[in-house]
Write a protein that binds this ligand. Structure first.
Ligand code: BDR
Ligand code: CA
Length: 312
């Protein structure tokens, strides 16, 4: 099994991904570390706790970074995820307590406890990972790998023409994370926007798993309304589940390799620029790491994996 820390900003597709990880026999979730993004960080942390309680998972949940590395407080994505981050479904508040540590400190503590064993799965803005790198410069040596939902390498963005939300939200932090010497797999809009899920899919999740799938079905109604604007069909996208699916079935994906830097200037903020091999001589690119960028995914097999895992 893969030991992971899931860094998240729940969030509807975050919830779908968190339950997917909980349900998978191949994944052991050591804790949920939360960050601002879709919602402010206090809500993100409470939401993560609520999801653990619904799933009866007694694991640490930490509150993390609440602002970008540089610049003012971010705008949130309530128009995508609802006022409550769950599609306005009136889910009860959690009863339990957060772990008192910051998300970054928790990541460092766990990495020291299980050197070389942990995969960080990051599905929100990257502030917690960047801060953890500053707290423990040796962190890359202690971490097995980093699977990121974020970016848009060869396709258009979803916040600006060039930027995806998680990377755009904290471009400086993302550049720190992408410049660290660890093994990164990036699951951006290149693959996540290639796989639309229709209402029948969330109905199946609910039928297979009334508690967890039922939650996803109810909260997805708002999410589907958002994604269906300006389209003739009704769909939504479960971005955050992709980096987890890769841990379970790596060959679902095809990758291309490239050195990535994140633009931090205003116009191109959050762009995940990929330099092919042999084009990295410029000093600005010297720290850029070689990243595996997912460019294709087996849609039918991925859908079946989600269904089978929720059905367990
Ligand atoms: C990402 O942004 C958030 O809205 C989603 O939860 C996902 O992590 C997609 O761009
Ligand atoms: Ca997310």
């Amino acid at each position: 099994t893969h030991k992971i820390i899931l860094d998240t900003d729940p969030g509807i597709d975050d919830a779908m991904a968190i339950f997917f990880a909980f349900q998978s026999p191949d994944i052991e979730v050591l804790g949920l570390t939360t960050v601002y993004g879709n919602v402010p960080v206090s809500m993100s942390a409470q939401n993560a706790l609520a999801l653990c309680e619904l799933a009866k998972m007694d694991i640490p949940v930490t509150k993390g970074v609440g602002m970008p590395w540089v610049g003012p407080e971010s705008s949130y994505a309530h128009f995508v995820h609802g006022d409550d981050g769950f599609g306005d479904i009136n889910h009860p508040a959690p009863k339990g307590e957060l772990d008192p540590r910051s998300s970054a400190q928790f990541i460092v503590d766990m990495a020291r406890q299980y050197p070389g064993e942990i995969t960080l799965v990051a599905v929100g803005p990257l502030g917690n990972l960047a801060l953890a790198l500053r707290l423990e410069p040796e962190l890359p040596k202690l971490i097995k790998g980093v699977n990121i939902m974020g970016g848009a390498a060869f396709v258009k963005g979803n916040v600006t023409p060039v930027a995806e939300a998680n990377i755009w939200n904290d471009a400086h932090a993302a550049d720190i994370v992408f410049s660290a010497d660890w093994d990164i797999h990036m699951f951006g809009l290149d693959v996540t926007n290639a796989v639309p899920f229709d209402p029948a899919f969330v109905d199946i999740l609910a039928e297979k798993n009334p508690v967890l799938g039922g939650f996803v079905q109810r909260s997805s109604q708002f999410y589907i309304d958002f994604y269906s604007q300006g389209r003739s069909d009704r769909v939504c996208f479960f971005h955050d589940a992709f980096p987890l699916a890769h841990l379970i079935e790596p060959d679902l994906f095809e990758f291309t390799e490239g050195h990535i830097r994140i633009s931090t200037d205003e116009l191109n903020r959050g762009q995940t620029s990929v330099a092919p091999e042999g084009t990295t001589a410029s000093p600005l690119w010297l720290n850029a790491q070689k990243v595996k960028v997912a460019v294709r995914v087996d849609h039918p097999r991925l859908t079946q994996l989600f269904i089978d895992t929720y059905a367990r």
